[in-house]
Design a protein around this ligand. Structure first.
Ligand SMILES: NC(=O)c1ccc[n+]([C@@H]2O[C@H](COP(=O)([O-])OP(=O)(O)OC[C@H]3O[C@@H](n4cnc5c(N)ncnc54)[C@H](O)[C@@H]3O)[C@@H](O)[C@H]2O)c1
Length: 268
């Protein structure tokens, strides 16, 4: 197979949650610029439309839905409508996620991340967005994939779900670990149906997560930099190769895996 076909996503119908910014935007751009029809879902309508406009202007097939992924009915409605409109659903990136504030190991975070300071409200909200909504995205997607015996589900986890990561908060590390095992469990269930389920575990990428602190707070940036053997924070677009690979024919025998993309952090 030629490279274009092997790694191609042309003609796919795809959905990306959290697509207005950061890694989700990079995934949506990568898919749309390579010929997929992409539904971009995000909670922030203004940023979402601003992100979609240049893609549309460039001739890409992108659609938008502004909703909170924690609103299961709205999420399911958007996924079902997209699949019905195009007659199929090839790839879903369950990517939307949020920080739960600094962990106790982040010097710049002071004591907010200590176990005794975990806020029950933050805990609940982060569980809804980072965990329940990922499950619901997968549940909605699979209904359209199983009958066709074809589909890819890619969950954005984190290296903070693989090992202790003390600069991230408790709810964040808990939800990222949890989605990794949902991915494994679903991968085994869905393997006979040819629906492949994998997780991307990013290290440190320059995005707007946690209010964009990596961009605006030099002390926070330095602490994260200290973790990275490659000595630099990744650009959001550096997620595109792995994301497209997991959506393409090139990964046709790959399921149930958690792929770290972290400049060497988890190897150190
Ligand atoms: N940036 C990193 O270093 C890093 C590392 C590991 C994992 N991740 C994960 O990557 C994913 C994307 O984060 P990012 O870093 O690109 O951050 P980001 O803040 O730049 O982008 C996240 C997008 O998701 C949207 N979103 C947040 N909550 C939502 C909700 N309830 N409903 C719908 N949309 C919602 C936001 O509006 C935003 O556009 C998250 O799951 C995050 O945990 C990021």
């Amino acid at each position: 197979m030629k490279v274009d076909e092997l790694f191609g996503v042309k003609g796919q119908v795809a959905i990306v949650t959290g697509a207005a910014s950061g890694l989700g935007l990079a995934m949506a751009e990568g898919m749309a610029q390579n010929g997929a029809t992409v539904l971009m879902i995000d909670i922030d309508p203004k940023t979402l439309e601003a992100a979609a406009a240049p893609l549309r202007a460039a001739g890409c097939k992108v659609e938008t839905a502004s909703l909170d992924v924690a609103d299961t009915a709205a999420l399911r409605g958007a996924i079902d409508t997209m699949a019905a409109r195009h007659g199929k659903l090839d790839t879903v990136f369950a990517n939307a996620g949020m920080s739960s504030g600094p962990g106790y190991g982040l010097k710049a975070g002071k004591t907010a991340g200590l176990l005794e300071n975990v806020s029950p409200d933050t805990w609940e909200r982060v569980l809804q967005v980072n965990l329940t909504a990922v499950l619901e995205t997968m549940r909605a997607a699979v209904a359209h994939m199983k009958p066709r015996r074809s589909g890819r589900i890619v969950v954005t986890a984190s290296i903070a779900g693989i090992r202790a990561e003390t600069i991230c908060g408790y709810a964040y590390v808990a939800t990222k670990a949890a989605v990794i095992n949902i991915v494994r469990q679903a991968a085994v269930e869905l393997a006979p149906h040819n629906v492949l389920v994998n997780a991307i575990a990013p290290g440190v990428f320059l995005t707007n997560i946690a209010g964009g602190k990596l961009k605006t707070d030099a002390a926070v940036r330095e602490e994260f930099l200290g973790l990275i053997p490659m000595g630099r924070i990744a650009d959001a677009n550096e997620i595109q190769g792995l994301a497209l690979f997991l959506a393409s024919p090139a990964s046709s025998y790959l399921t149930g895996q958690v792929i770290a993309i972290d400049g060497g952090i988890t190897a150190a």
